[in-house]
Write a protein that binds this ligand. Structure first.
Ligand SMILES: *[C@@H]1O[C@H](CO)[C@@H](O)[C@H](O)[C@H]1NC(C)=O
Ligand SMILES: *[C@@H]1O[C@H](CO)[C@@H](O)[C@H](O)[C@H]1NC(C)=O
Ligand SMILES: *[C@@H]1O[C@H](CO)[C@@H](O)[C@H](O)[C@H]1NC(C)=O
Ligand SMILES: *[C@@H]1O[C@H](CO)[C@@H](O)[C@H](O)[C@H]1NC(C)=O
Ligand SMILES: *[C@@H]1O[C@H](CO)[C@@H](O)[C@H](O)[C@H]1NC(C)=O
Ligand SMILES: *[C@@H]1O[C@H](CO)[C@@H](O)[C@H](O)[C@H]1NC(C)=O
Ligand SMILES: *[C@@H]1O[C@H](CO)[C@@H](O)[C@H](O)[C@H]1NC(C)=O
Ligand SMILES: *[C@@H]1O[C@H](CO)[C@@H](O)[C@H](O)[C@H]1NC(C)=O
Length: 314
């Protein structure tokens, strides 16, 4: 069978990624957290599998958990990034509901961020820990509401960023178009994707000022969840990712979601490029210790310029 154009696009995106990653170095470790205290997306298992499928392409090991007791200083210290995917809710435990993070989990998370830890949020992660100020700042803005899922267009605002450089200028997606309670630019985020509000119908009332253009994805060079006087890692957030189909390499569709995965993976690998964690910085205070560059490893490794070493996407 001859591969169809979408398959070729997929291979191209992946091989282009892999070629520019130092695949010989020990991997970065990322903790994928998908705890839900409220609405549960049935795309969560698909998302986790899709991320794990990218592992060898980007030299990242993904550990997945919904267990808030993993949020302790020693456990989090092993990660180069914490990634919240479609988490919902806060911390009130009840018979029917598990807290997303309790006070001690939040304290460990704050401590992780203070040590240069990185953060990635996807989709309803902006609708979790809504009473946790440092988390809201690390995310950039909280979710307010969305109109029904429908076809819509998002515009690339900053095509120079690794999360958007492969996207068409006007990207057609089927998605819940999120509205936010504040403008992420107000805490220093840079918006990379914006919603074209005339490309879909929103009958709700936008009560908050989320800024212009309407933010859909953004990054922070220095995640604002850090407490002052500490080392800030990077933060990336995208509001996309509701459907299974979005996470699946759906080769028969015209907008198959190699583009979505490339967007998410581009955001993640850019975030890891903060160089504040051990996979990339031997003096990092958190991150995968197995990957600190030893003199033996560096002398036996092929000569690479620093830009090669850290360029994940071409
Ligand atoms: C989405 O995928 C999960 C498995 O990953 C499956 O359990 C669920 O039924 C799927 N949902 C839909 C709407 O196809
Ligand atoms: C993950 O990879 C396996 C093996 O290639 C494939 O069957 C599966 O569909 C992939 N899952 C996702 C969600 O992309
Ligand atoms: C957030 O705090 C407000 C005010 O203290 C409280 O009414 C609300 O129940 C809290 N929400 C959650 C999800 O904890
Ligand atoms: C950021 O933190 C400040 C307090 O330092 C708080 O007033 C503000 O609401 C937070 N922003 C977000 C988006 O959570
Ligand atoms: C959404 O777009 C897809 C093509 O990407 C198309 O197949 C589908 O019919 C559209 N749905 C609506 C409701 O317009
Ligand atoms: C926004 O969407 C409308 C309706 O689909 C379209 O006519 C317009 O060209 C789009 N604008 C941008 C900047 O994408
Ligand atoms: C390496 O990590 C340490 C500790 O987080 C930090 O102080 C230093 O600035 C980092 N180096 C680079 C190049 O980012
Ligand atoms: C991370 O290190 C690489 C290689 O030294 C460098 O090119 C890049 O600018 C650094 N990133 C940051 C945020 O310092």
């Amino acid at each position: 069978m001859f591969p169809n154009p979408q398959t070729i696009l997929w291979w191209t995106l992946l091989s282009c990624t892999c070629a520019s990653v130092v695949c010989s170095s020990a991997p970065a470790r990322v903790l994928v957290y998908t705890a839900t205290e409220r609405f549960r997306h049935d795309s969560i298992p698909t998302a986790v599998e899709a991320l794990k499928n990218q592992s060898s392409n980007i030299n990242v090991v993904f550990d997945h958990t919904e267990d808030q007791t993993q949020f302790t200083d020693p456990v989090l210290a092993g990660y180069d990034a914490i990634m919240f995917v479609s988490t919902t809710g806060e911390g009130k435990a009840s018979l029917m509901r598990h807290p997303v993070l309790d006070a001690s989990g939040k304290a460990a998370f704050q401590h992780y961020l203070n040590l240069g830890g990185n953060f990635v949020g996807v989709h309803s992660s902006s609708d979790s820990l809504v009473n946790t100020t440092f988390y809201g700042n690390e995310t950039g803005a909280y979710f307010d509401y969305h109109p029904v899922i429908q076809n819509a267009t998002v515009d690339v605002v900053d095509a120079s960023h690794p999360s958007t450089s492969m996207l068409p200028a006007e990207w057609h997606i089927q998605e819940e178009m999120y509205n936010f309670k504040s403008d992420p630019r107000a805490i220093g985020a840079v918006v990379v994707l914006s919603a074209n509000e005339s490309s879909y119908i929103d009958t709700g009332t936008r009560k908050f000022n989320q800024g212009t253009p309407h933010p859909s994805a953004w990054f922070q060079e220095h995640g604002a969840g850090v407490e002052s006087g500490n080392i800030a890692g990077r933060s990336f957030y995208t509001s996309l990712g509701h459907l299974n189909e979005t996470w699946q390499a759906n080769l028969w569709r015209f907008f198959p979601d190699p583009l979505f995965m490339a967007h998410v993976i581009g955001g993640l690998t850019w975030t890891l490029g903060a160089n504040t964690t051990r996979a990339f910085n031997a003096s990092g205070l958190v991150g995968n210790a197995g990957s600190s560059t030893s003199s033996t490893a560096s002398s036996s490794a092929p000569a690479l310029s620093p830009s090669d070493k850290y360029a994940f996407f071409c």
